[in-house]
Design a protein around this ligand. Sequence first.
Ligand code: CMC
Length: 440
Amino acid sequence: MMRITELKASNMNKTAKLEIEGKIYELPIVEGTENEKAVDISALRAQSGYITLDDGYGNTGSCKSAITFIDGEQGILRYRGMPIEELAQRSTFIETAFLIIYGHLPNEKELQRFSGLLTKNENIHEDMKFHFEGFPSNAHPMATLSSMINASSCFYPELMKGYDPTTFDIVAARLISQVRTIAAFSYRKSQGLPIIYPKPSYKYTANFLHMLFSDPYEEYELKPEVVWALDLIFLLHADHEQNCSTATVRFIASSRANLFASAAAGVCALWGPLHGGANQAVIEMLQEIRASGDDGHRFIQEVKDKKSGKRLMGFGHRVYKNYDPRAKIIKERCDKLLAALKIDDPLLNIAKHLEEAALNDPYFVERKLYPNVDFYSGIIMRAIGIPVEMFTVIFAIGRMPGWIANFKEIMDSKESRIYRPRQVYTGPTLNGYVPINERD
Ligand code: CMC
């Protein structure tokens, strides 16, 4: 029998008592700055022979981190203590990236230096261009992106020497800047279009739009509201504590792999439709609903029938049991952008119907399923003209500062060890090798 009996304060140190088969184990309680409480079980196996089991890590803290705070019950998200709503209103992606990586808002000099490093490192190594030729034109850009980020590390041999805090700024800026260049180049390649080089005079997001949409004979017209909307999407995706891709980055970093290798793995984890791939899946779902002549109500009934195997993409979240604060901000910006561009997107109407129907339906209410960041972001990207296969790439560009900050946290920590979870084995017990002629 096992039970956790009490929390007590002894000599200022709180402990939990865990009783297993009549024996009591005292486990330290760890408290975060926002009163998040955890039972430290790191010594439990050594003391008792037991491990804890938490499939999918729904209740497992894998690290202590000072980067991002989420209160999923209340719908709160803060980067380094700063509310996402305030950053969305007052900051830019690049300033926020600095905040996430270095822990404070940059002063003017710091911001200038950071921007300078981004500009200086915006071009990928010229030889990298040939790597694009190796991909079929219909390659998914997430596959190209992760491969190219990993391949980039070959061009920087100093990365192989291990983490060096004195050159970290340059490596980090190189990755933030080049992920955008690689993303734009892979899009151009997939369209059979010539590559457009970055323009040093443009700021980060404007430069990305330029590399995506300019042509050698015609410059893309940068509309402030478009730049603003895409910059906001990057900013809102910049970090989200221990989600699947960030945990993956930390995992890889814990083995002391380099930043580019760790980020490439993050891109792969992000690709899945239950994670970053959901923004693409949302638009595909809305298109399917539209093509079937439904306004969303029929689809909601299908989703509730588990046998259909369908989910309302862009809804639900492991941590948020309330409206995702990012979704609120994006929805507002989506309305503003479409109005400014005079776009009437029928998919937006279907999305709004779906949201209204779901928020009033006991199935979704009981399970606390609310729109997440992906529900409306795709509509903004469609309005900008970004093709649906690029949506998750946009998420990856935005998430880069968070991955980098988590990588840095691992590397700077004296306590960090290689990640190595345990398991409860459920396979066959000992049985010997059977020669092939004696097998059934
Ligand atoms: N549509 C219909 N039912 C859902 C949905 C949904 N989108 N999400 C969860 N449920 C149901 C699920 O079937 C289960 O029902 P029951 O208790 O009857 O078995 C219950 O709600 C709990 O779901 P869960 O799968 O145990 O929840 P989870 O925490 O493991 O999964 C999630 C979280 C985000 C993977 C899930 O909500 C989902 O698949 N959502 C759709 C995909 C999506 O939008 N993903 C983007 C997440 S936000 C961006 C990011 O962080 O990547």
